[in-house]
Design a protein around this ligand. Sequence first.
Ligand code: SF4
Ligand code: SF4
Length: 168
Amino acid sequence: MAIDFEFRKQVMDHHIGSEVIKYCYQCSRCADNCPVTAVTTDFYTTTGYNPRSNILNALLGYKDAIFAADELAIWGCTVCDTCDEVCPQNIELTEVFTFLKNQSIAQGKGPDFIYAQAKAVFDSAKAIPSQPAIERRRQQMGLPAVAAPDVNEVQTLLKNIGADKKLK
Ligand code: SF4
Ligand code: SF4
C-alpha cells in the first residue's frame, strides 16, 4: 500500500490539536459505539463502515485505501459525534472525516445522494422539502407555519463559497 505523505500531512494540519490525533491506539471504542458500524458491519467478512479504520488509514497516509473504497467508507458517517464523545484520547474524529468528505467532493467523487441533497438546498434553501402532512400536523398542534426561506440569500452565500460550482 502506497503512503501519501502529503495527504498524511494535510490530515494532521486539518485536525484541531494535531498533537492529539497521533495518539490513536486503535482501541476501537469509536467503532464499537458507532451506530452506522452497528448496522453495516458484517462481522464474518468485517466489511462495513468503520471509523477506526478511517483514522488508521488517514494517519498512515493510505489515501488509496480511503478513496478507492466504496462510498460508504467515507460517507457512511452521519456526524452524530458519538465517536468524538467516547474516544479515550479525545480525538475529534469527525473533523478528520469532514476533511475526507471535502477531499472526496474536490475530486468529484462524492456519491449521487450528496449532490442531490446539495442541489435541493441550493434550489429551495431547504434540506428537506415542505410537506403538506407536516404543515397540517403543525396546525393541529397550534404551531405557526414555517416561514419561507430567502432562497436568493442562501444561493448568494453558497455561490460566495463556490458551492454552486461543485454541484453536478
Ligand atoms: S476511540 Fe479514539 S483511540 Fe480508540 S480507535 Fe477510535 S480514534 Fe483511536
Ligand atoms: S460521528 Fe460518524 S463515525 Fe462517529 S459515531 Fe457517529 S456516525 Fe460513527
